[in-house]
Design a binder for this molecule. Structure first.
Ligand SMILES: [Zn+2]
Length: 422
């Protein structure tokens, strides 16, 4: 019971954590003034009420609260999420009877007004406490849904107008005439990112779930879907990844003028999805944005995301060139931004383009030149507990224990390294 009470924190705290952790990400076609990523799209019901009132067996719930969505870290896994074994360390699932029906999953957060369940397809369900009738522990271990079941569910969700195809590790939903192209794009991108991680010694854990990528035929359907799932996206959004659904969602953009930036967005969002599922980041934890966003921007570079010319393409993301050149000429400002990003996510609310640019530069330099330290830091961030706050002091301390505290030297080294990459 104590553990449960400890987790009955109020909604305000939950909302604050979700806001700072970043529950959904989207990238937009944008100029320097309008670039805005990392919005928080999950809304949680506002009124707090004690979970005990709806909990038939609070003691059972107690046993779950330490299980995190970083699934089965100690269990033996297969290479493919679709063949995930029911390892002995897999925690049991909770069956919750709601007013609207029964729902099963792994409890990952218990709050006074909301219970969060990780579903077997990787989605996180938010269950309002006042709608919970009863719950019980099933004794069955939590395992990821098999490929056949996922495929069937997606077909019923999207109907006969859409095809569903498996292109490991993705299940792609797209129009039948286009699905081959999209499967190829996602797979090429996936292999680019895996080889980057291999080259720089970045450890990847086996994926918890098959990755779902949805490509709508039209912009209208894309926005309708986003609205229905409660994602409030700006009108120039061309794709997003949601930590809640664990899906990437985008649409066919016929305008050849937009092709490059569309591919950049896909690679950016696919990087978020992959990083959250391969253990580089932790869903619902307060991972520093410079790490998440900078890592994703790296893969916007033509060398990773331009699938036709990438053998001779640049490792510089197009959107960062000019901003970096300007920042480089103002070393004090660059260094200040570097320091601010280590301590807080605030620069992403104001100096947005430069926040992305410096984050990209930090990730590129640190992953390529300070490999072992970067890997140790990533491991630490990948094992953060969801729903815990990560203070300014702790962020600065963790950064300097990994990389040292001579920021001025790091900035100099980063400039030198990026110049050589051109
Ligand atoms: Zn992003």
């Amino acid at each position: 019971m104590t553990a449960m009470i400890r987790n009955l924190i109020g909604l305000a705290t939950l909302a604050a954590i979700l806001a700072s952790a970043g529950c959904d990400y989207f990238a937009v076609h944008s100029g320097p003034d309008s670039q805005s990523d990392g919005r928080y799209l999950i809304s949680v019901h506002a009124e707090a009420s004690p979970l005990e009132e709806a909990s038939a067996n609070a003691t059972d719930v107690d046993s779950f609260v330490d299980h995190q969505p970083n699934l089965f870290p100690d269990a033996t896994r297969s290479r493919d999420a679709t063949q995930q074994p029911s390892g002995t360390n897999a925690p049991p699932i909770l069956s919750v009877t709601m007013q609207s029906g029964r729902i099963e999953g792994l409890p990952i957060g218990l709050f006074s007004d909301t219970t969060l369940l990780m579903r077997s397809n990787g989605q996180i369900s938010y269950l309002p406490t006042h709608e919970i009738v009863s719950h019980s522990v099933t004794g069955q271990p939590f395992v990821a849904q098999g490929l056949g079941g996922m495929q069937q569910d997606l077909q019923s969700e999207f109907g006969s107008r859409y095809s569903i195809r498996y292109a490991s590790p993705y299940l792609v939903v797209a129009k039948s005439g286009r699905i081959g192209t999209w499967c190829e794009r996602f797979q090429k991108f996936h292999s680019s990112m895996r080889s980057y991680c291999l080259t720089y010694g970045i450890p990847l854990r086996n994926l918890d779930f098959t990755l779902i990528a949805i490509v709508f035929e039209s912009k209208r359907e894309f926005f309708e879907y986003a609205r229905n799932e409660g994602s409030s996206i700006p009108s120039n959004c061309v794709g997003y990844y949601s930590q809640k659904s664990n899906r990437i969602v985008l649409f066919e953009n016929d305008n050849p003028k937009d092709m490059d930036s569309t591919l950049e967005t896909i690679c950016h969002e696919a990087t978020h999805q992959f990083a959250f599922n391969a253990g580089l980041h932790q869903r619902l934890a307060e991972t520093p944005k410079w790490l998440m966003e900078g890592f994703a921007v790296q893969f916007e570079a033509p060398a990773y995301c331009n699938f036709t010319t990438r053998n001779h393409a640049s490792f510089w993301p197009t959107s960062q060139r000019q901003a970096w050149d300007e920042l480089k000429s103002d070393r004090n400002r660059l260094q200040q931004l570097f320091q601010d990003l280590i301590a807080t996510d605030e620069p992403f609310k104001g100096d947005v383009l430069n926040a992305y640019t410096v984050s990209w530069a930090m990730n590129t330099y640190l992953s390529q030149r300070r490999g072992p330290q970067y890997v140790a830091y990533l491991r630490k961030m990948g094992s953060m507990k969801p729903f815990t706050t990560y203070s300014r002091g702790d962020r600065m301390r963790d950064f300097s224990s990994a990389f040292g505290s001579d920021i001025s030297w790091m900035v100099r080294e980063a400039i030198h390294h990026l110049d050589r990459m051109r």
